[in-house]
Design a protein around this ligand. Structure first.
Ligand SMILES: [Fe+2]
Length: 257
Protein backbone atom coordinates (compact mmCIF):
# COMPACT_ATOMS: atom_id res chain seq x y z
CA UNK A 1 0.00 0.00 0.00
CA UNK A 2 1.26 3.45 -0.94
CA UNK A 3 0.09 6.95 -0.08
CA UNK A 4 -0.32 9.86 -2.50
CA UNK A 5 -0.24 13.09 -0.51
CA UNK A 6 -1.94 16.17 -1.96
CA UNK A 7 -2.86 19.43 -0.24
CA UNK A 8 -4.21 22.94 -0.77
CA UNK A 9 -6.07 22.33 -4.03
CA UNK A 10 -7.89 25.69 -3.72
CA UNK A 11 -10.53 24.65 -6.25
CA UNK A 12 -12.34 27.76 -7.48
CA UNK A 13 -9.21 29.90 -7.59
CA UNK A 14 -8.26 30.65 -11.20
CA UNK A 15 -7.14 27.41 -12.92
CA UNK A 16 -6.75 25.34 -9.73
CA UNK A 17 -9.88 23.25 -10.45
CA UNK A 18 -8.66 22.37 -13.95
CA UNK A 19 -5.23 21.48 -12.59
CA UNK A 20 -6.79 19.11 -10.06
CA UNK A 21 -8.59 17.37 -12.92
CA UNK A 22 -5.20 17.00 -14.68
CA UNK A 23 -3.77 15.49 -11.49
CA UNK A 24 -6.66 13.01 -11.32
CA UNK A 25 -6.19 12.02 -14.98
CA UNK A 26 -2.48 11.40 -14.48
CA UNK A 27 -2.95 9.50 -11.23
CA UNK A 28 -5.51 7.25 -12.91
CA UNK A 29 -3.26 6.52 -15.90
CA UNK A 30 -0.01 6.02 -13.94
CA UNK A 31 -0.88 4.68 -10.49
CA UNK A 32 -2.14 1.12 -10.76
CA UNK A 33 -3.54 -1.09 -9.43
CA UNK A 34 -5.86 1.39 -7.74
CA UNK A 35 -6.22 -0.81 -4.63
CA UNK A 36 -2.55 -0.15 -3.81
CA UNK A 37 -3.09 3.57 -3.21
CA UNK A 38 -4.60 5.80 -0.55
CA UNK A 39 -4.90 9.45 -1.59
CA UNK A 40 -4.71 11.85 1.36
CA UNK A 41 -5.75 15.49 0.86
CA UNK A 42 -4.73 17.71 3.78
CA UNK A 43 -7.22 20.53 3.44
CA UNK A 44 -7.93 23.75 1.55
CA UNK A 45 -9.84 21.67 -0.95
CA UNK A 46 -11.79 24.75 -2.06
CA UNK A 47 -10.63 28.36 -2.16
CA UNK A 48 -13.80 29.89 -0.69
CA UNK A 49 -16.25 27.53 1.03
CA UNK A 50 -18.96 30.20 1.08
CA UNK A 51 -19.38 29.69 -2.68
CA UNK A 52 -21.65 26.71 -3.45
CA UNK A 53 -20.22 26.26 -6.97
CA UNK A 54 -16.73 25.74 -5.51
CA UNK A 55 -18.01 23.19 -3.00
CA UNK A 56 -19.86 21.40 -5.82
CA UNK A 57 -16.85 21.32 -8.16
CA UNK A 58 -14.61 19.95 -5.38
CA UNK A 59 -17.09 17.24 -4.42
CA UNK A 60 -17.49 16.11 -8.04
CA UNK A 61 -13.72 15.93 -8.64
CA UNK A 62 -13.09 13.93 -5.47
CA UNK A 63 -16.01 11.64 -6.31
CA UNK A 64 -14.35 10.98 -9.66
CA UNK A 65 -11.20 9.82 -7.87
CA UNK A 66 -13.31 7.56 -5.63
CA UNK A 67 -15.23 6.20 -8.63
CA UNK A 68 -11.92 5.30 -10.26
CA UNK A 69 -11.35 3.03 -7.26
CA UNK A 70 -8.89 5.02 -5.13
CA UNK A 71 -9.38 5.23 -1.40
CA UNK A 72 -9.48 8.99 -0.64
CA UNK A 73 -9.10 10.55 2.82
CA UNK A 74 -9.72 14.27 3.31
CA UNK A 75 -9.68 16.71 6.21
CA UNK A 76 -10.66 20.40 6.19
CA UNK A 77 -8.37 23.42 5.99
CA UNK A 78 -9.17 27.03 6.84
CA UNK A 79 -10.47 27.69 3.31
CA UNK A 80 -12.95 24.81 3.68
CA UNK A 81 -14.80 26.68 6.45
CA UNK A 82 -14.94 30.12 4.83
CA UNK A 83 -12.76 32.54 2.92
CA UNK A 84 -9.54 31.32 4.52
CA UNK A 85 -9.38 34.17 6.99
CA UNK A 86 -13.00 34.51 8.12
CA UNK A 87 -14.91 31.32 8.93
CA UNK A 88 -18.55 30.39 9.11
CA UNK A 89 -19.75 27.59 11.44
CA UNK A 90 -22.35 26.49 8.88
CA UNK A 91 -19.54 25.26 6.63
CA UNK A 92 -18.41 22.68 9.24
CA UNK A 93 -21.66 20.76 8.83
CA UNK A 94 -21.62 21.19 5.04
CA UNK A 95 -18.08 19.79 4.86
CA UNK A 96 -18.95 16.73 6.94
CA UNK A 97 -22.10 16.03 4.93
CA UNK A 98 -20.31 16.43 1.64
CA UNK A 99 -17.15 14.46 2.29
CA UNK A 100 -18.12 12.00 5.04
CA UNK A 101 -21.89 11.76 4.45
CA UNK A 102 -22.21 12.08 8.22
CA UNK A 103 -22.76 15.46 9.91
CA UNK A 104 -22.09 13.99 13.38
CA UNK A 105 -18.57 12.77 12.71
CA UNK A 106 -15.92 13.88 15.24
CA UNK A 107 -12.16 14.19 14.95
CA UNK A 108 -9.80 12.46 15.05
CA UNK A 109 -11.27 10.54 12.14
CA UNK A 110 -9.72 7.06 12.23
CA UNK A 111 -9.60 4.72 9.23
CA UNK A 112 -7.85 1.37 9.42
CA UNK A 113 -6.67 0.35 5.94
CA UNK A 114 -4.63 -2.84 5.45
CA UNK A 115 -3.50 -2.73 9.08
CA UNK A 116 -2.37 0.92 9.05
CA UNK A 117 -4.19 3.52 11.18
CA UNK A 118 -4.91 6.77 9.35
CA UNK A 119 -5.73 9.49 11.87
CA UNK A 120 -7.19 12.73 10.47
CA UNK A 121 -7.36 15.90 12.57
CA UNK A 122 -9.36 19.10 12.14
CA UNK A 123 -7.06 22.02 12.93
CA UNK A 124 -9.61 24.67 11.91
CA UNK A 125 -12.97 24.10 13.67
CA UNK A 126 -11.71 25.17 17.08
CA UNK A 127 -10.79 28.54 15.60
CA UNK A 128 -14.45 29.16 14.78
CA UNK A 129 -15.19 29.47 18.49
CA UNK A 130 -13.14 32.66 18.64
CA UNK A 131 -15.17 35.82 18.48
CA UNK A 132 -13.22 37.12 15.52
CA UNK A 133 -13.20 33.77 13.69
CA UNK A 134 -9.79 34.38 12.25
CA UNK A 135 -8.59 31.10 10.86
CA UNK A 136 -5.03 31.36 9.66
CA UNK A 137 -3.25 29.92 12.71
CA UNK A 138 -5.06 26.70 13.47
CA UNK A 139 -5.92 25.00 16.74
CA UNK A 140 -6.83 21.41 17.63
CA UNK A 141 -8.50 22.09 20.98
CA UNK A 142 -8.38 20.16 24.25
CA UNK A 143 -11.24 17.81 23.42
CA UNK A 144 -9.83 16.67 20.11
CA UNK A 145 -6.35 16.28 21.61
CA UNK A 146 -7.86 14.18 24.42
CA UNK A 147 -9.53 11.90 21.90
CA UNK A 148 -6.28 11.72 19.90
CA UNK A 149 -4.40 10.57 23.00
CA UNK A 150 -7.00 7.85 23.61
CA UNK A 151 -6.73 6.75 19.97
CA UNK A 152 -2.91 6.53 20.02
CA UNK A 153 -3.01 4.62 23.33
CA UNK A 154 -5.66 2.18 22.13
CA UNK A 155 -4.13 -1.29 22.47
CA UNK A 156 -5.02 -2.33 18.91
CA UNK A 157 -3.83 0.92 17.31
CA UNK A 158 -0.59 1.06 19.33
CA UNK A 159 0.63 -2.02 17.44
CA UNK A 160 -0.15 -0.59 14.00
CA UNK A 161 1.72 1.83 11.75
CA UNK A 162 0.18 5.24 12.33
CA UNK A 163 -0.26 8.12 9.90
CA UNK A 164 -1.45 11.46 11.32
CA UNK A 165 -2.65 14.10 8.87
CA UNK A 166 -3.85 17.65 9.44
CA UNK A 167 -3.96 20.95 7.59
CA UNK A 168 -1.88 23.41 9.62
CA UNK A 169 1.89 23.36 9.91
CA UNK A 170 2.82 21.96 13.33
CA UNK A 171 6.47 23.08 13.27
CA UNK A 172 6.31 26.63 11.95
CA UNK A 173 6.37 29.07 14.82
CA UNK A 174 6.14 32.30 12.85
CA UNK A 175 3.32 34.55 14.06
CA UNK A 176 0.15 33.98 12.07
CA UNK A 177 1.01 30.52 10.82
CA UNK A 178 1.57 28.40 13.89
CA UNK A 179 -0.70 25.74 15.21
CA UNK A 180 -1.65 27.21 18.58
CA UNK A 181 -1.51 23.95 20.52
CA UNK A 182 1.46 22.48 18.67
CA UNK A 183 3.28 21.72 21.97
CA UNK A 184 0.33 19.66 23.23
CA UNK A 185 0.21 17.75 19.94
CA UNK A 186 3.92 17.03 20.27
CA UNK A 187 3.45 15.45 23.71
CA UNK A 188 0.94 12.99 22.24
CA UNK A 189 2.58 11.97 18.97
CA UNK A 190 6.32 12.32 19.66
CA UNK A 191 8.07 9.00 18.89
CA UNK A 192 4.65 7.35 18.48
CA UNK A 193 3.80 7.63 14.77
CA UNK A 194 5.46 6.73 11.46
CA UNK A 195 4.25 9.54 9.20
CA UNK A 196 2.96 13.11 9.64
CA UNK A 197 1.33 14.91 6.70
CA UNK A 198 0.19 18.53 6.45
CA UNK A 199 -0.06 21.52 4.12
CA UNK A 200 -1.25 25.12 4.65
CA UNK A 201 2.08 26.79 4.19
CA UNK A 202 2.84 27.27 0.51
CA UNK A 203 3.27 30.95 0.03
CA UNK A 204 6.89 31.68 0.62
CA UNK A 205 10.35 30.33 0.00
CA UNK A 206 11.04 26.73 -0.98
CA UNK A 207 13.18 26.11 2.09
CA UNK A 208 10.12 26.62 4.31
CA UNK A 209 8.47 23.66 2.62
CA UNK A 210 11.48 21.37 2.81
CA UNK A 211 11.20 17.90 4.22
CA UNK A 212 11.67 17.66 7.96
CA UNK A 213 12.09 13.94 8.64
CA UNK A 214 12.98 13.03 12.21
CA UNK A 215 11.29 16.02 13.84
CA UNK A 216 9.59 14.98 17.12
CA UNK A 217 11.00 11.47 16.53
CA UNK A 218 8.70 10.97 13.53
CA UNK A 219 10.61 9.22 10.70
CA UNK A 220 8.67 10.91 7.88
CA UNK A 221 7.15 14.43 7.95
CA UNK A 222 5.89 16.07 4.78
CA UNK A 223 4.38 19.45 3.90
CA UNK A 224 2.83 19.08 0.43
CA UNK A 225 2.51 22.82 -0.23
CA UNK A 226 -0.16 23.44 -2.88
CA UNK A 227 -0.73 20.52 -5.27
CA UNK A 228 -2.36 22.82 -7.85
CA UNK A 229 0.41 25.44 -7.53
CA UNK A 230 -1.97 28.24 -6.50
CA UNK A 231 -0.53 31.59 -7.62
CA UNK A 232 2.69 29.85 -8.72
CA UNK A 233 3.40 28.64 -5.16
CA UNK A 234 5.33 25.46 -4.41
CA UNK A 235 3.67 22.07 -4.19
CA UNK A 236 4.41 18.35 -4.35
CA UNK A 237 2.51 15.14 -5.12
CA UNK A 238 4.50 12.76 -3.00
CA UNK A 239 4.17 9.04 -3.35
CA UNK A 240 5.06 7.43 -0.04
CA UNK A 241 5.65 3.70 0.40
CA UNK A 242 5.36 2.91 4.11
CA UNK A 243 6.53 -0.66 3.59
CA UNK A 244 9.98 0.71 2.81
CA UNK A 245 11.73 2.02 5.87
CA UNK A 246 13.86 4.42 3.86
CA UNK A 247 12.07 7.70 3.00
CA UNK A 248 14.63 8.18 0.22
CA UNK A 249 12.45 5.82 -1.83
CA UNK A 250 9.53 8.30 -1.66
CA UNK A 251 9.22 10.56 -4.70
CA UNK A 252 7.28 13.44 -6.25
CA UNK A 253 4.74 11.97 -8.72
CA UNK A 254 4.57 15.32 -10.58
CA UNK A 255 1.02 14.63 -11.72
CA UNK A 256 0.68 18.05 -13.39
CA UNK A 257 3.22 17.00 -16.04
FE1 LIG B 1 -3.76 26.86 1.31
Amino acid sequence: MKIIHLSDLHIGHKECGERFRTIIRNISSRMKPVEDYVVIITGDIVDNANKPEQREEAALSIEELVDLGYRVLVIPGNHDYGTGTIGNLRNVRLFKERFYRDSDITFPKVDIIHGTAFIGLDSTAEELNWHDRILAQGELGREQLGRLEETINDSAITKMMKVVYLHHHPFDFKIGRQLKDSRDLRKIIENRIELLLFGHYHRSRLDAIKVIHGKWGIPRCYNAGTATHKNGNYGFHRVIDLSRFDPAMDYDGEFLK
